[in-house]
Write a protein of this length. Structure first.
Ligand SMILES: C[S@@+](CC[C@H](N)C(=O)[O-])C[C@H]1O[C@@H](n2cnc3c(N)ncnc32)[C@H](O)[C@@H]1O
Length: 172
């Protein structure tokens, strides 16, 4: 019994620790995938990153709907990363890959579009300075549920989804 408890604790620990970085694992509602995809405006050869890709559900949707774009999910929690990778092994998509690592230290300078579902403080204190330092003009950033304070570039708030969750859409 204690062995099982130990295994469960070892699986949950990395998920809990990752939750202290960007956000704990809470998935984006599938009802919002289509409007996220519309706002990303991916083109031929576009590079898309999801910061904190969880089980990979958003990345898979984006990769399927944009076969011409390069989709990369970055996930810190090993169990979540492995779920996404196993799904990719079972049903591979050529334009999709995952990185097991910290999105806060990953170089995003080649990004054309970014999606994240992170907590408001994390976005404003950790992600926004990184976006401003690394992203090139024209890069689109979409944040689910939480907005960026004092953004200077173009911005739009989409409240059109059935889930009532705001999508915050920014352009560098
Ligand atoms: C709110 S969940 C969103 C999951 C997924 N993006 C979705 O919308 O379904 C946040 C995810 O970010 C991951 N995470 C937290 N901190 C991270 C970091 N520094 N780098 C990469 N992933 C991180 C968590 O493990 C979790 O899977």
């Amino acid at each position: 019994m204690s062995v099982y408890l130990f295994i469960i604790a070892m699986l949950l620990l990395p998920i809990g620790l990752a939750g202290l970085s960007l956000a704990p694992w809470v998935p984006t509602s599938r009802a919002d995938f289509a409007r996220i995809n519309t706002h990303l405006k991916l083109k031929n050869g576009s590079v898309f990153y999801e910061l904190g890709s969880g089980d990979g559900r958003v990345c898979r949707y984006i990769a399927k709907h944009n076969p011409q774009a390069n989709v990369v999910g970055i996930e810190l929690a090993l169990p979540m990363y492995l779920i996404a990778v196993i799904q990719q092994k079972i049903s591979p998509l050529k334009n999709l890959s995952y990185v097991h690592g910290n999105a806060l230290t990953y170089n995003l300078s080649d990004a054309d579009a970014i999606y994240t579902y992170a907590l408001i403080n994390t976005i404003n204190e950790k992600l926004t300075p990184k976006f401003l330092k690394e992203l090139t003009p024209g890069t689109r950033v979409i944040s689910y549920q939480f907005g960026i304070k004092n953004w200077q570039g173009k911005q739009q708030v989409d409240r059109s989804g059935k889930s009532n969750t705001c999508l915050y859409v920014y352009e560098v």
